[in-house]
Design a protein around this ligand. Sequence first.
Ligand code: ITT
Length: 200
Amino acid sequence: MELHIATNNAHKVRELEELFPGTRLRTPAQSGISFDYDEVEATFLGNSLGKARALYDLIRAPVLADDSGLCVDALGGAPGVKSARYGSPDGGRTVLSAREKNELLLREMEGRRDRSCRFVCAMTLMVSEHRFFTVQETCEGLLLEAPRGGEGFGYDPVFLLPGEGLSMAELSLERKNRLSHRGRAAARIRSILGSLAALP
Ligand code: ITT
């Protein structure tokens, strides 16, 4: 089976390849398509569905989309749906590096005792124009005081998994995929894919 993935994020692609063994995943670049979805919706769900539909409209074949981010309770859920553009000086045209975003986040959280936060992933499987499935999963954690670890991407170095005593960036790809928001969402989409194959 082949799925077109509505992402340009190489780190996500790597994780998704591990999460969907036996499924051929094709990026927009591999299909020769320039794909740039403007994330304007207020929710992960809205952006996930929007990304899936935008790519589906271009290729008319089954699509998988992931919209994700980090929500910090003490910041009212920020960076949230703006996780990729967090701290951008010009509304998102210039994107800060992951290191800069983490530094900014730690500065904003300086002295705050409530460190609770979660990664969120809304994943959409769009099989055809009127047939799609969206799931949303989370991974609960605590915001660290300083970055730790060199694996993963984005906010992984500042995210502590209390049960592991490790940051997300201190986990192997395999372990991250077992515990993460994306790993949990993918497990649900895999079971939907399996049930679809069983339909007449
Ligand atoms: P696409 O839209 O092309 O998929 P993106 O990076 O813009 O790529 P999102 O809009 O979903 O993706 O933004 C998600 C941002 O949230 C991402 O850039 C990271 O900063 C952060 N993020 C998402 N998943 C993460 C993870 O597993 N670990 C660390 N940070 C993550």
